[in-house]
Write a protein that binds this ligand. Structure first.
Ligand code: ARG
Length: 585
């Protein structure tokens, strides 16, 4: 099914060609949804920008376009407003047809793209033996939602977990492991390090305090890099332990990821440096090998270097990212590579993108993009901490959300005098609690920081997950009460749109594909949240104004269908945010 937007675009372009000739082909109609319903539903704003090249007044151009346009099948006659806007109002009959066509289609009439891309979404990416912190949580939630939307459009998405599983810190960790748990390396499954983060801290302390420990650690790094069996085994044990901890979080959040950590690219690092050398980009500066950057200067105004090989011969984060980028383009055959990390890393991405471009490793048709996000703050706008002032463990943060959702649910159940099974309570609490954390994150414009507040995210009012989940339950409930088998409707059932609020709801439902297009392009899941929030509002306005169950036929069935479509739209939208649904709560 062609979207309304596409239909209109095609017609405007045709009219433009008919009025001004073939050379107008490909002109952007500058088509946007109107901000005010009194200007109709869509507005084409191209007449203004064509005034100069065509040497005519915008209003005259607009007039010529509408003289030549054929939109009668789906629009009222277009109107010209202001300096030369062309306003289009969709016909109710067209909307009715569209709604009938999407009913019964689980994709709601949205077809996958005709040329799917191969896309990497690099997200989550915590570091071994270190805390998976709220920054990683944001990356995980945002990255997953972006991946879901791209997958929905039919793209071939590689969800990559670029875990920090390589580097000099492993020398210290291995040395400490051998010290505290000498058997771990010889007996299978003997390792239980308990809290890996505490382990890391203790190892670090030994490293800082003891010169001999430091020396042994350095030897371990060399051994590890040389592929020494024992060192590798110790490294694997550490990674495995972390992996299990990360996996618990991913299970809770229902996240799919393919681990391809930094170590994966290890064999490719020397080639990065070699090739930069061949390209003539490499400069030796105080023993380190680096590329001097364009547009990045230090305090003195001198060009800043991006180091790719340290004085001691070691490689770093940037070298690994360069190797990974090449691999994703050359071996994975990607068309688009998306990195989801906090905005603190923006410079890192801008810098290695630049180096890769100058080295000719990013062909013009390949999009490489950093998707940055802001901080998660505690109430009061400071760093998020426990009451005792410690950093919050992700696991605890998520458990707490579920616990609070449960308390809220239990009090509602009690108030309403319902009796519910433990299974029901547990399931609803988890869906609401986890959904609330995700939605609170996704509903913000990702580039801003936001304040983490359980009270706010669990509120039943406003743009929150509980509100949206409740709206879904309620709307679905109404359409259920109507006792209609929506999936097996006889074909003579008609949707009829008469009331203002019905039309508004119908138009909103039908604009989902446009919002999803936007998210696909701009990678801003908050647009989808906002769309869903508006959907629930438009539904409420419709429901306040139009009797549904009490209405006479054929209106009753028509309105029940509208309810059903609203519920299905909410469901699809929430699922693309990675939020699970429940049938009642
Ligand atoms: N491990 C990094 C961190 O915790 C994030 C990695 C992001 N991905 C990348 N390709 N650099 O900050």
């Amino acid at each position: 099914m062609k979207s309304t937007n596409e239909l209109l675009r095609n017609q405007v372009e045709k009219a433009l060609i008919a009025a001004f000739g073939e050379e107008m082909a490909g002109t952007d109609p500058v088509l946007v949804p109107t901000t005010n319903p009194k200007f109709g539903d869509y507005q084409a704003n191209l007449a203004m920008s064509l005034a100069k090249p065509l040497k005519q007044k915008p209003r005259d151009i607009a007039q010529k376009i509408i003289d030549n346009i054929d939109v009668s099948e789906f629009c009222e006659p277009p109107e010209i407003a202001g300096p030369g806007f062309i306003n289009f109002t969709l016909k109710p009959s067209y909307l009715e047809q569209q709604l009938a066509a999407i009913e019964g289609d689980e994709r709601l009439g949205i077809e996958p793209v005709s040329h799917p891309q191969r896309v990497v979404v690099d997200f989550s990416s915590p570091n071994i033996a270190k805390e998976m912190h709220v920054g990683h949580l944001r990356s995980t939630i945002i990255g997953d939602s972006i991946a879901r939307v791209l997958e929905f459009w039919g793209h071939d998405v590689l969800r990559l977990n670029h875990v920090g599983d390589w580097g000099t810190q492993f020398g210290m960790l291995i040395t400490y492991l051998r010290e505290v748990s000498p058997d771990a390396l010889t007996t299978a499954n003997a390792l239980d390090l308990g809290d890996l983060v505490a382990f890391y801290k203790k190892a670090k302390k030994r490293f800082d305090d003891d010169e001999e420990f430091r020396e042994v650690s350095r030897q371990q790094v060399v051994k590890l890099q040389a592929g020494d069996r024992e060192a590798i085994r110790a490294w694997e044990l550490l990674c495995e332990q972390s992996r299990q901890e990360f996996q618990q979080i991913y299970n809770l959040l229902d996240i799919q990821l393919t681990e391809r950590g930094e170590s994966f690219y290890n064999p490719l690092l020397s080639k990065v440096v070699e090739d930069l050398e061949t390209q003539g980009l490499l400069v030796e500066d105080q023993g380190a090998k680096c590329v001097f950057l364009e547009g990045f200067t230090n305090k003195e105004g001198d060009p800043q270097p991006l180091i790719v090989q340290k004085t001691n011969g070691g490689y770093n984060y940037a070298t690994t990212d360069l190797a990974a980028l090449r691999y994703r383009i050359e071996e994975d055959g990607c068309d688009r590579i998306i990195y989801v990390t906090d905005s603190g890393q923006s410079t890192h991405f801008a810098q290695f993108f630049q180096v890769a471009r100058r080295a000719g490793w990013i062909p013009d048709n390949i999009e490489v993009v950093h998707v940055p996000f802001g901080l998660v703050l505690g109430e009061g706008g400071k760093k998020l901490k426990t009451r005792e002032g410690d950093t919050i463990r992700l696991r605890d943060l998520l458990d707490e959300a579920v616990l609070r959702a449960r308390a809220q649910l239990e009090s509602i159940i009690q108030e309403e005098g319902r009796s519910e099974t433990e299974e029901f309570i547990e399931n609803v609490s988890r869906v609401v609690g986890i959904g609330a954390v995700k939605y609170a994150d996704l509903s913000q414009n990702r580039s801003s920081s936001y304040i983490f507040s359980y009270d706010k995210m669990l509120s039943l009012q406003g743009n929150t997950a509980p509100y949206m989940l409740y709206a879904f339950v309620r709307i679905q409930g109404i359409s259920r009460q109507g006792n209609i088998d929506f999936d097996n409707l006889s074909s003579d059932i008609q949707i009829q749109l008469g009331e203002e609020t019905e039309l508004a709801l119908a138009k909103h439902i039908l604009s989902l594909s446009e919002v999803l297009k936007e998210v696909e392009k701009e990678l801003l899941p908050n647009r989808l949240c906002e769309y869903l929030y508006q959907l629930s509002k438009k539904f409420n306005q419709f429901y306040e104004n139009c009797p549904v169950l009490q209405a006479e036929e054929p209106q009753r069935t028509s309105r029940l269908l509208l309810c059903d479509l609203a519920a299905k739209t909410l469901k699809l939208g929430l699922s693309l945010l990675g939020i699970k649904l429940i049938d009642r709560m």
